[in-house]
Design a binder for this molecule. Structure first.
Ligand SMILES: CC(=O)N[C@H]1[C@@H](OP(=O)(O)OP(=O)(O)OC[C@H]2O[C@@H](n3ccc(=O)[nH]c3=O)[C@H](O)[C@@H]2O)O[C@H](CO)[C@@H](O)[C@@H]1O
Ligand SMILES: C=C(OP(=O)(O)O)C(=O)O
Length: 417
């Protein structure tokens, strides 16, 4: 099994280019199944998750090619609308194919996705949406089967603004008869990117990015070409790297407005942040100040940056309180940080982080992809050497993280055990 070895490094300095957003591209790749034709996606990050969903849609009969960050999908001749356990278990986001398959074939059968190290992650809200559109749902032997004579637009309210449920329901609704209104919809930038993509294909989706999305069903969609938005979570990770290492990093290819909640916290912690058109420069202070953080659906502070900001708080002056409201179990990294000398206590969904003067290198495990990235950040400032295991998590979400950090002056390498 490969490991990442990180050694105490000089402040990270220089420019880093951000890749396309994992969380935008996965539903968009699923949405290519809606079209009897060819779709071309640009700025597709070279990540294992992208290859896993590509394999899944190939299994369904799509022709998929990936070269130089461009993914071409021809879903003209799909041969099955069933997704087996072996493919779905590799990645929860595989469940995104349910909405498009239901829209195109009025039926589909997908293996139920499991939970993961951040929570149980139920799919009840996705199913609530499909039912509202007129589908019958049968759960049997670990599969979810959805069937409808035809999908008909409807008004529904999500109990929680779930990103995945909003996206899956949007994809199911674009070919339905009549109008679907999703209330208490998620407002994440990735929802907007998916809506833009669907509209480029000829759909009629309005209100994405607000809490009410209106989808007027159309008869047919056509192939299109689309540029995926930059990954705000990858960008935030490098911004925190500058903050923690007293560095000076210009993060290029970002949409500055997507980073507002993170930028605000870094400024509060004492960083200098300069926003430019498509880039953002962060200069870390001599000593960081502790801040309190509460994760929330967008535009609140993103749960996907919680581990990284907590890594930063481990060495800040004072005590910071981190409250995780989105996932019920997203503190697995705390035990790993404490192995490196951090002082963090957990009480339910709250972590109290007392800043320490120094972290120390240790053997740790990436418990999920953001936890893994956060451990790399800790390793860059820890005395000695940090060995990180289970790095396949990190490779799900970060393109060339080792190369990008080395180019900024960090001491990091991936080694085969
Ligand atoms: C591929 C992708 O885009 N992943 C992102 C997506 O995950 P994902 O779409 O899975 O996250 P959701 O917004 O759906 O989940 C948020 C909360 O809602 C709950 N819930 C969700 C669906 C449901 O049917 N029932 C239910 O109870 C979840 O258990 C969780 O507690 O949004 C999360 C929240 O910003 C991010 O952390 C993930 O990186
Ligand atoms: C939790 C994440 O992703 P996923 O929903 O794909 O597990 C993430 O990107 O931090």
């Amino acid at each position: 099994m490969a490991k990442i070895i990180v050694k105490k490094s000089n402040p990270l300095k220089g420019n880093v280019r951000i890749d396309g957003a994992k969380n935008a591209v996965l539903p968009i790749i699923a949405a290519t199944l809606l079209v009897k034709g060819k779709t071309v996606l640009h700025e597709v990050p070279d990540l294992t998750d992208v290859h896993v969903i590509s394999d899944l849609i190939r299994h369904l009969g799509a022709e998929v090619e990936y070269k130089d960050k461009t993914l071409t999908v021809d879903a003209s001749n799909l041969t099955t609308c069933e997704a087996p356990y072996e493919l779905v278990r590799k990645m929860r986001a595989s469940f995104f194919v349910m909405g498009p398959l239901l829209a195109r074939f009025n039926q589909t059968k997908i293996s139920m996705p499991g939970g993961c190290s951040i929570g149980t992650r139920p799919i009840d809200l996705h199913l609530k949406g499909f039912k509202a559109l007129g589908a019958d749902i049968i759960m049997d032997h670990g599969f979810v089967e959805a069937k409808a004579d035809k999908l008909v637009g409807s008004k529904l309210y999500l109990d929680f603004p779930s990103v995945g449920a909003t996206e899956n329901i949007m994809m199911a609704a674009v070919l339905a008869e009549g109008t679907t209104i999703i209330e208490n919809a998620a407002e994440e930038p990735e929802i907007v990117d998916l809506a833009n993509f669907l509209n480029e294909m000829g759909a009629d989706v309005k209100g994405a990015g607000t809490n009410t999305i209106r989808i007027k069903g159309v008869k047919e969609l056509k192939g299109t070409e689309h540029d995926v938005i930059p990954d705000r979570i990858e960008a935030a990770t490098y911004m925190v790297a500058a903050a923690m290492t007293k560095g000076d990093i210009t993060v290029e290819n970002v949409l500055v407005e997507h980073l507002k909640p993170v930028t605000a916290k870094l400024i509060e912690a004492g960083c200098k942040v300069e926003e430019m058109d498509n880039s953002i420069r962060v200069v870390g202070p001599e000593k960081l100040k502790a801040v309190d953080v509460k994760t929330l659906p967008h535009p609140g502070f993103p749960t996907d940056v919680q581990a990284q900001i907590m890594a930063m708080l481990t060495v800040a002056r004072g005590t910071g309180v981190v409250i995780e409201t989105v996932f019920e179990n997203r503190f697995m990294h705390v035990a790993e940080f404490n192995r490196m000398g951090a002082d963090i206590k957990i009480e339910g969904r709250t972590a109290v982080v007392k800043g320490v003067d120094q972290l120390y290198g240790a053997n740790v495990n990436a418990t999920d992809l953001r936890a893994g990235a956060a451990l790399i950040l800790c390793g860059l400032i820890a005395e000695g050497e940090t060995q990180i295991g289970e790095i396949y998590h990190i490779q799900r979400g970060y393109v060339d993280i080792d190369k990008k950090i080395r180019a900024l002056g960090g001491n990091i390498e991936i080694v085969e055990d």
